[in-house]
Design a binder for this molecule. Structure first.
Ligand SMILES: [Zn+2]
Ligand SMILES: [Zn+2]
Length: 248
């Protein structure tokens, strides 16, 4: 699941030098105790795994998605976020930037992201049921308990048992307007982090723990890394999920 503070902590520039040095010492110990390990990003494992059910395959063509590709729609629920501009921005973030910086194509194209032509609420119900992921943007989400007023979050629905575990046909990414309204790298950071949840990655065990170069373990979670895109570690973790090889 996904809870992020919209605020980031920065050290006070007015601290006496000895306090800064003391903190450097403490941070050095913390850094030593959290040396990044080879297996980076954590995933949901076991009999119930919180990821999109289409992650294990790729059966589309060059011009049309297949049933095992990742279709998504986007809907703004607030006048402060222009529907078309945000839809274009999310699509660019997920699929149109440099290949090293996007989720699209991960796992030998097991992650194959296709944006629906219309906003979610304008799609007929039968077609919408075949679209696995929805991105919704609003100024707050009082009726989505994981999100509430301050956090963006992902909610899973429609469980199905396949391939030895239960995964989910529908994923809902609820984004706070304040997190994405800048149309900047910070906005991409939230979009990529929540998409990491859709694809099966977990948050760190706690705030400021498990720090590493990962869009799931960055400064949104009290870590030093400010990376805004899915890293090689993140992509390797999703690839393992797709290949039924995730054990941590
Ligand atoms: Zn999260
Ligand atoms: Zn699965």
């Amino acid at each position: 699941m996904s809870l992020h503070s919209p605020k980031e902590v920065s050290p006070s520039p007015r601290s006496p030098r000895w306090i800064v040095l003391a903190w450097v010492a403490v941070l050095s110990v913390v850094a030593w105790r959290h040396v990044p390990v080879a297996y980076a990003s954590h995933s949901h494992t076991g009999s119930t795994q919180l990821h999109i059910s289409t992650i294990h395959g790729n059966n589309g063509t060059a011009t049309a998605p297949g049933s095992l590709d990742e279709q998504y729609c986007i809907q703004s629920h607030t006048g402060s976020i222009d529907q078309t501009r945000m839809a274009n921005f999310i699509e660019e973030t997920l699929a149109k930037l440099a290949s090293a910086n996007i989720w699209d194509g991960t796992g030998s194209w097991k992650v194959d992201l296709w944006r629906a032509a219309k906003p979610c609420h304008q799609i007929d119900s039968a077609t919408r049921a075949s679209i696995g992921t929805e991105y919704h943007i609003n100024t707050d989400w009082p009726n989505v308990s994981l999100c509430g007023t301050y956090y963006s979050c992902v909610v899973h629905d429609n469980p199905v048992y396949e391939g030895g575990h239960t995964h989910f046909k529908w994923m809902y990414s609820y984004l706070q307007a304040e997190h994405v309204s800048g149309y900047d790298t910070r906005a991409r950071k939230f979009i990529n982090h929540e998409t990491g949840h859709v694809l099966g990655l977990k948050d760190p065990a706690g705030y400021g723990t498990d720090c590493q170069a990962s869009v799931m373990h960055n400064d949104l979670y009290g870590c030093p890394s400010t990376v805004w895109y899915p890293t090689a570690n993140d992509k390797a973790a999703v690839t393992r999920i797709g290949n039924y090889q995730n054990t941590y």
